[in-house]
Design a protein around this ligand. Sequence first.
Ligand SMILES: Cc1cc2nc3c(=O)[nH]c(=O)nc-3n(C[C@H](O)[C@H](O)[C@H](O)COP(=O)(O)OP(=O)(O)OC[C@H]3O[C@@H](n4cnc5c(N)ncnc54)[C@H](O)[C@@H]3O)c2cc1C
Length: 469
Amino acid sequence: MKDSKYKHLVKTETDVFLIGAGIMSTTLATLLIELFPTFKIQISERRNSGGEESSSSLNNAGTGHSGYCELNYTPEDANGNIDITKAIKVHKDFSKSEEFWQYLISAGKIKNDIYTNTKHISFVTGKKNVEYLHRRWETMIKSAEFNNLKYFYTNEDLSKQIPLMMEGRNNTLPSAITVHDGCDIDYGKITKYFIENLHQHHIDINTNHEVIDLYKVGNKWNIIQQNKVTDEISKIETSFVFIGAGGAAITLLEKSGIPEANGYAGFPVSGEWLICENQEVVEKHFSKVYGRPSVGSPPMSTPHLDLRTINEKKCLLFGPYAGMSTKFLKYGNWTDFFKSIRLNNIGVLLDAGIRNLSLTKYLMKELFKSEAERFKVLKEYYPNAKINDWKRSVAGQRVQVIKKVNGKGVIEFGTELVSSKDGSLACLLGASPGAATSVKVMVDVIETCFDLDEKAREKLTKMIPTHFK
Ligand SMILES: Cc1cc2nc3c(=O)[nH]c(=O)nc-3n(C[C@H](O)[C@H](O)[C@H](O)COP(=O)(O)OP(=O)(O)OC[C@H]3O[C@@H](n4cnc5c(N)ncnc54)[C@H](O)[C@@H]3O)c2cc1C
């Protein structure tokens, strides 16, 4: 039926079509040109340049998630046992990103200025939290991945590691930290470098082009895109399509009509940072400090006070302050969420909504928090903070995955790869740990959807030495 609607359009052809030019699609394209140099690849992007949504430098927190400081990756059970499985997985996945970036740097394909060494610190206050952090540390140092993690609890040590946060602090409440070397990463810059490298291989990003529909005819996908400047509509035929549209991926996945998409829905969560550029303040903080979310609040609400380095300029970033929004992209539309509701996902959405009323309540509360209430949260981290040093900045939009699990609507806080049975379509949903694990996730796409011959496997091993280990 869709084909008759677009029959009049002249068709062009490609082997691979990538929707969106964020870090995910550009990583996939970069891997593909290394592994399959003869592939014809096209990328469409609705904005006038790539990497402007969640992958943009200040739309995310730039954490090279390695499992050192994120307390939501190390939950404790009722007996106080700490499960570090997720932290180890994130650590291993991030290592693969590092290996691939390093390969590209050594080969002169991207520049060397994407990371800044920045300590990763977990910070807690209060007896129960301090006990938790100590148990977490004891568990983690037994593993090869985290045996260098340091634990500090005296005011003297804390004042050395986190001087800004100890200034003016009432020291009657016990505090503790764990510290590990880590990094701040400019994911926006990586995306731009990937785009420049693709350009060298004659793959240009087709900017200002929004994919508005896709459907399959025989064994090929037809992609329908609209030029946002001229309104002209065009059609491209491709053997493989990757939906790397960030928050908007769920909408396009639904449009594809693949049965694997049934039951998926998206739940948007907006975010805002407080940013400080006063260098007198900035120079007293040298790390990314993650706290523990209060009981019952969602993982994306974990507050952190981060030193960021963007284009050699340093600033502090605090947040994110989560809130309600119905947009699927920062530069999206208020109708996005409503348009994504279908017969096959309305039940899952309602069920997830009922089961997660506390999340809805939390987000509403956050949205209506006054300036003073928001500032109070920052003061828990930096007691001497002065409001005039901080300005508000809208972060990227997260769209959490909702899916059916054992007949129930469940909100997932990670990322989820959905692919068609025949491997001709793959789609990435979700937000976290996100960019840090982009290489592992895109290699998953390749292994799911393409046949790797011996030569390609050898190349993959050269680019990501730990991949097959
Ligand atoms: C507040 C926040 C903090 C985060 N912090 C971190 C962090 O510290 N560390 C980390 O590793 N990750 C972090 N993440 C997650 C990370 O930013 C994302 O996982 C990652 O950027 C997603 O990349 P992407 O390419 O899938 O999406 P995006 O970067 O959003 O790119 C999607 C692209 O698709 C385009 N597009 C959308 N629809 C269409 C269409 N129909 N046609 C054509 N183009 C389209 C968009 O314009 C956009 O350019 C954070 C995310 C948020 C929101």
